[in-house]
Design a protein around this ligand. Structure first.
Ligand code: FES
Length: 178
């Protein structure tokens, strides 16, 4: 697959974001199955997501990028490098958001608009629809009703940006060198 140029990626993001400003998140409205039993469970089609300045994340930080009302990714950095997770809840496909502390008592954003949210150092994401909470390092749900991990995606470094390819699901322990 040909890699998208920076211009193409940004154009794609801009086009996808038109519909997501202020969009309500309604559980179960995904275009495909919402049971969360397979990677890519509710993505309409794979996307390349460029995270501007993502490579400048400090260790322990994470940023969420919402592409549209059904698609989003989280990129993060730990001691081993960069990693990416789906931001789509495995329960019924709502977009999660990042917590503002490690007990998830507050949210960094209600995801009302497109674009980046963060950085957050909580290591946690919370789904606003039914309260599932996820550990970013493993993708695993810490509280239900979700029972399936957030998929891990391939992430590459392009200058100071990170590029996430949601067509490429990788092992949860995979890291890209910082
Ligand atoms: S969609 Fe139900 S907890 Fe996320």
């Amino acid at each position: 697959m040909r890699a998208l140029t920076r211009r193409e990626t940004l154009q794609g993001l801009a086009a996808a974001c038109v519909a997501c400003d202020g969009a309500a998140q309604v559980p179960g409205t995904c275009a495909t199955a919402s049971t969360g039993t397979a990677p890519g469970y509710c993505l309409v089609e794979p996307v390349l997501v460029r995270v501007d300045a993502g490579a400048l994340l400090a260790e322990g930080e994470a940023v969420l990028v919402r592409v549209d009302d059904q698609t989003g990714v989280i990129v993060a950095r730990d001691a081993q490098g960069y990693f990416a997770r789906s931001a789509v809840c495995t329960h019924a496909c709502c977009l999660v958001t990042l917590c503002d502390d490690d007990t998830c008592t507050g949210l960094l954003s209600a995801l009302a608009a497109c674009g980046p949210v963060g950085p957050s150092t909580s290591g946690r994401a919370l789904c606003p629809c039914h309260g599932s909470e996820f550990d970013l390092a493993t993708g695993a749900p810490q509280t239900g009703p979700a029972t399936v991990d957030l998929p891990a995606y391939e992430v590459s470094v392009d200058g100071t940006d990170l590029v996430v390819d949601t067509a490429r699901v990788v092992a949860v322990a995979a890291r890209t060198a910082a």
